[in-house]
Write a protein that binds this ligand. Structure first.
Ligand SMILES: Cc1ncc(COP(=O)(O)O)c(C=O)c1O
Length: 431
């Protein structure tokens, strides 16, 4: 094993053995090499005359560029677009994202957590977690309402053993008891990665205060029974909280609560700032041991350097500019209101009761989506029928669930959408 990796492992072991035990073999082997980038960083500080260290081309003291590209980006300084961004991301962006996290999740204020590290959006952040913490057959515990790509990221790529538990209780609240049971079912294994995603894709649900407290208490109890837990919050749709759910990340409540719990926040500009194609996300670790945070950050940089090398610089600059703009909050609030009104409208339409014979809907209060549970027809058959007969696209999930993205339908068109879905159900059930 590389000496730098051994040093990082020792650094983690000395502070918190549980985090060390959570690491996969790959996670243990990872380090951030002292190579070109370290030398370049040193040169950046000291090479006043000539800096011939970095693999880009320069001209007249700025990065070389093709004018046809720059012409479309005239508002930006070439230095903020063309050079490589550092593997951890632009320092100012990381700092501002950290401040944003503190503003939006007040429970973080007294917690110890790393600076966010820039990823190529959330999928990449999640795959870093998979690489660092999951070995073949290690348990990945998660609710049964989930984003399908988790299977590729954790299952196919890393061979994780996925253990699901029902998302809701019979009363329609988050199933904390099921979560705890699923975690304890693996007690003999000694470690697990728990993946929670609120606002949830596909249901659009986020726990309320009481449910959130129960989740935190349950995880503490699991840790007290000797299981090491990496608890990952996938905060892709963060901030889109329309009702009485908690309005901060569970990461803020889970960081530092027990030495056996390593909280990891995966978030980014993709969904919450409507910048899907820009590919800017973050991974942030919560641990009260500074040396652990430092070592995990370096291991993460090792993965980034060894996979994508660094994330897109222009995209980081665009997000940074947005965060610094005085219009940012106002414009975000404006989009929030639009989505919130759509969510309220969907509820209003469904609560009217016209469709009660065709489906029930799962409780929702946040995010981009909501889900219905069909009573008499199959989800896939309905999906195909709606597409072919009415030109309506929805997502079929399993036997009877259908996900509807109100994020993509204007408020005044929602009634027509649900009427068509209902008509589709009637066609298929021969009513
Ligand atoms: C729950 C959830 N997590 C992560 C992602 C991936 O986001 P990104 O586009 O930032 O990789 C998605 C995208 O649909 C998602 O729904």
């Amino acid at each position: 094993m590389n000496e730098l990796a051994q040093n990082l492992n020792r650094q983690i072991q000395q502070e918190n053995l549980h985090v060390y035990e959570l690491l996969s073999e790959l996670g243990k082997n990872l380090y951030f090499p002292k190579g070109i980038l370290t030398q370049t960083a040193e040169a950046k500080l000291k090479a006043h005359r000539f800096n011939a260290t970095i693999g880009i081309a320069t001209e007249q003291n700025q990065p070389m560029f093709l004018p046809l590209i720059q012409e479309t980006l005239t508002n930006y300084d070439p230095k903020d677009l063309y050079p490589y961004a550092p593997p951890a991301g632009k320092p100012e962006l990381r700092q501002l994202w950290r401040e944003k996290m503190l503003n939006e999740s007040p429970s973080l204020v007294k917690k110890s957590f790393s600076n966010p590290i820039v990823t190529n959006a959330l999928t990449h952040g999640l795959s870093i977690v998979a690489d660092l913490f999951l070995e073949e057959n290690d348990p990945l515990v998660l609710p049964d309402k989930l984003w399908g790509n988790y299977n590729l990221i954790f299952g196919v790529r890393r061979g994780a053993k996925s253990i699901t538990f029902p998302f809701y209780t019979k009363e329609g609240t988050f199933n904390t008891a099921g979560m705890k049971e699923a975690l304890l079912s693996n007690q003999a294994h000694g470690k697990a990665v728990l993946l929670l995603n609120f606002p949830n894709n596909p249901t659009g649900y986020t726990p309320n205060e009481q449910e959130a407290s129960e989740i935190v208490a349950a995880l503490k109890e699991v840790a007290q029974q000797g299981i090491n837990l990496a608890v990952v919050t996938d905060d892709a749709y963060f901030g889109l909280f329309y009702e009485n759910s908690i309005k901060e990340s569970l990461f803020a409540r889970l960081a530092n609560i027990h030495p056996r719990i390593l909280a990891i926040k995966i978030d980014g500009a993709t969904k919450e700032d409507y910048l899907w194609g820009f590919r800017v996300g973050f991974i942030t670790y919560g641990s009260e041991y500074p040396a652990v945070l430092d070592a995990l950050e370096k291991k993460t940089l090792g993965i980034i350097r060894g996979t994508i090398s660094s994330a897109s610089h222009p995209a980081q600059t665009f997000v940074l500019n947005a965060l610094k703009s005085s219009d940012f909050q106002t414009q975000k609030q404006n989009k929030f209101e639009i989505l919130k009104q759509r969510a309220c409208k969907v509820k209003q339409i469904l609560d009217h009761g016209e469709y009660r014979d065709a489906w029930d809907y799962y409780p929702f209060n946040s995010g981009y989506f909501m889900c219905i549970k069909l009573k008499a027809v199959k989800a896939e058959a309905l999906r195909m029928h709606l597409l072919e007969q009415y030109g309506v696209g929805v997502i079929a999930l399993g036997e009877s669930d259908v996900r509807i993205a109100f994020s993509c339908v204007e408020e005044e068109e929602l009634k027509d959408l649900f009427d068509l879905i209902y008509r589709g159900v009637q066609d298929l059930s021969g009513q």
